[in-house]
Design a protein around this ligand. Sequence first.
Ligand SMILES: CC(C)(COP(=O)(O)OP(=O)(O)OC[C@H]1O[C@@H](n2cnc3c(N)ncnc32)[C@H](O)[C@@H]1OP(=O)(O)O)[C@@H](O)C(=O)NCCC(=O)NCCS
Length: 181
Amino acid sequence: MERLAETVIFPPGPGDAAGLARVHVQSWRETYPGLLPGAYLAAMDARIHARRWRLQLTRACPEELVLAAEGPGGLIGYCAGAFSTGEASGGRAELFTLYLVRSAQRMGLGRRLLISAARVFSARGARRLGLWVLNENTRARGFYEHLGACAGPERPVSGWGGGLRETAYVWEHIATLARGH
Ligand SMILES: CC(C)(COP(=O)(O)OP(=O)(O)OC[C@H]1O[C@@H](n2cnc3c(N)ncnc32)[C@H](O)[C@@H]1OP(=O)(O)O)[C@@H](O)C(=O)NCCC(=O)NCCS
């Protein structure tokens, strides 16, 4: 979809499940120490996540979007979200995940993945883009705010023993984000 320098962003298929699972486990272990229970992070099993990714990518739900980022050494990041054209969505696409391994961060790749997703959702008819971030994930919050998202309401996070909260972020004009501003 987009080729710049040595990193390619593309919609992955079931054959990419193992690579996505590896990125998933590594990036969670790099991002969430001190935020999520250490026992959960230690027990994360890339084989289980690979099965989930394979299932998701085989099912290929038309509302869902997964984009992967691949460097010369393999997959290094991904994002996933969905947009429903029905009235219930209110024209709002949702980003569920955006993760890069640490060695691939702060080189413009998070921006490229986010803007690529915004372009796809915008082309499908979305007018707004939203996501939820753990309150304590200050680095991700700084990134989203830098790219123009506005913080909205908070809510408790289900699971993890309670106690965690997350904040909504929204781009009211997905077309502006899709243009790369
Ligand atoms: C959050 C994340 C996706 C950002 O991606 P990234 O590739 O590191 O960020 P980029 O290099 O694309 O940054 C794009 C712009 O945002 C800025 N930026 C990045 N992080 C920032 C921060 N914490 N505060 C302020 N600005 C920030 C960059 O300086 C850059 O600005 P510029 O282009 O105007 O100079 C990435 O760091 C990541 O995967 N983090 C761990 C996982 C995570 O927390 N995911 C979010 C879960 S909700």
